[in-house]
Design a protein around this ligand. Structure first.
Ligand code: 4AD
Ligand code: MG
Length: 450
């Protein structure tokens, strides 16, 4: 693409400039000197290249400037691009000139090991290091894949509001704030309810934005602020919903494999595991999953009134936690959709299965390699009276949901949707240990800075 704005040769484009003299702009990642040679590893956001300065070849002041460079100093380096088989990017730069923009003094993150707390406090700088850089590039690819997938399949992006007057995913995890003379407002837990409204206006929509949960859980996969993409489709039943979820996840994974081989290599990711993520995925009902757990002796720890713990068979009707999900996934090398959960453990808006009133037409997609739930979705209750009864049963304020009930009064149709957690997905694809590494500035119960 040509643009009116300044454009510089970037490190990722260097292979197209072999033999040419280019001017690179960036930051010093590392520097070593050996006799008459100075090796400067320069990073510019797109990649890293080794710049080699041979002192006898340059004027004295240029060599002096090379001597002054410290980690993270900003520079413009001019040089000739040379093919170099052994270099990670296939090229090196023979330096002819250096111009210093700013010398960085005592950059706090050095190549030595730092504790996670220290790195989290310096998250604004930590993002510059190779591993974080690779994760952020994969994150950008996942977002692009999601948008391309939906835009290319007849979906319209419709943003849902972030301030909302009511709960979507249960009242226990709401962030509350004062809203002028109108009382309390809540940070949205999900854009779904509004997506249902826009789906009735536009057919197939998706909402993609930040969502908030006042989760008390300190786990490796919970954030208080996370991004979720939520498609919502008029006329889709649960099966259509599951098919779409599979297509989306396959598309995302294959897109990242194609787009980010270098990043995945930098992360040491076993790509054969990702290559296996091809449709059809596995599917089983909640009831089948409970049977499997019990047949395979996966016990549930249950506290007794006297404080002691006993191990019991998994009782039909309880929600799965991470231990059950992990056990179930040990049999699979690609994602599995669990469907038809007990209605009592799922949200009020889910439609009951006409063939079994105990279960909701719900589905969760679990990712392999211990990654856990990445998608939650369902067919929605489209009958006005049934939905009203569910609202009352859950003790939710009817007035706040009048507009939502309206959708069941004026041309109600079967419809379905799901939410895919962006960070859960990036964590799985990159193989990151903890969800705090896959969003630029994570928000968790015990961290809000920087
Ligand atoms: O299963 P959840 O709660 O479903 C919903 O919010 C539905 N309203 C979605 C819909 O049908 N439109 O959340 C969906 C996904 C989860 O599968 C998970 O990937 C992610 O959102 N998620 C979280 N990610 C990070 N931190 C948290 N605290 C998360 N809670 C949910
Ligand atoms: Mg869920």
């Amino acid at each position: 693409m040509t643009s009116r704005y300044k454009s510089y040769v970037s490190i990722e484009q260097l292979t197209e400039h072999v033999g040419q003299t280019v001017e690179l702009r960036g930051w010093v990642y590392d520097k070593t000197a050996k006799g008459k040679l100075v090796f400067i590893k320069l990073r510019d956001g797109s990649g890293i290249v080794q710049c080699v300065l041979f002192k006898p070849n340059v004027a004295e002041d240029i060599a002096e400037r090379a001597g002054e460079l410290t980690q993270e100093s900003s520079v413009i380096i001019t040089g000739t691009v040379r093919a170099e088989q052994r270099a990670p990017g296939g090229v090196e730069l023979d330096v002819t000139d250096i111009s210093i923009i700013q010398i960085a003094k005592d950059y706090p993150i050095t190549p030595k090991e730092h504790g996670v707390e220290f790195l989290m406090e310096h998250r604004h700088l930590w993002l510059r290091s190779t591993r974080q850089h690779a994760i952020m590039r994969v994150r950008a690819s996942v977002v692009k894949a999601i948008r391309d997938f939906f835009d290319g399949n007849g979906f319209k992006l419709q943003d849902s509001p972030i301030f909302t007057p009511n709960a979507c995913e249960g009242t226990s995890t709401l962030f509350e704030t004062d809203y002028f003379d109108l009382g309390k407002a809540y940070l949205t837990q999900s854009g779904q309810l509004y997506a249902e409204a826009t789906a009735m206006a536009l057919g197939k929509v998706y909402t993609f934005g930040p969502t908030f949960r006042a989760e008390k859980s300190k786990t490796r996969r919970h954030l208080t602020e996370f991004w979720m993409v939520e498609p919502e489709m008029a006329w889709f039943d649960l099966n259509d919903d599951m098919d779409l979820a599979e297509d989306l996840v396959e598309y995302i994974v294959q897109y990242v494999l194609q787009t980010n081989p270098r990043e995945l290599a930098a992360l040491g990711r076993d790509v054969s595991k990702l290559e296996a993520v091809r449709r059809p995925f596995h599917r089983m009902s909640y009831s089948e999953a409970v049977e499997w757990l019990n047949a395979n002796n996966v016990k549930l720890n249950r506290k007794q009134p006297d404080g002691s713990e006993i191990q019991i068979d998994f009782p039909w009707g309880e929600d799965f936690g991470a231990p059950q999900e992990e056990a179930l996934m040990t049999q699979f090398d690609k994602p599995c959709i669990i469907h038809r959960y007990p209605a009592e453990v799922k949200a009020f808006y889910m439609k009951r299965d006409p063939n079994d009133q105990r279960v909701a037409l719900a589905m969760d997609m679990l990712a392999p390699e211990g990654a856990g739930e990445i998608i939650g979705g369902s067919q929605r209750e489209d009958d006005h009276d049934a939905l009203l009864a569910r609202l009352q049963h859950e003790g939710l304020p009817e007035e706040a949901f009048q507009w939502y009930l309206d959708l069941r009064k004026f041309g109600s149709v079967p419809h379905s949707g799901f939410g895919l957690g962006l960070e859960r997905t990036v964590k799985w694809i990159t193989g990151a240990e903890h969800i705090r590494e896959v969003i630029p500035f994570p928000r968790m119960i015990y961290r809000i800075v920087p």
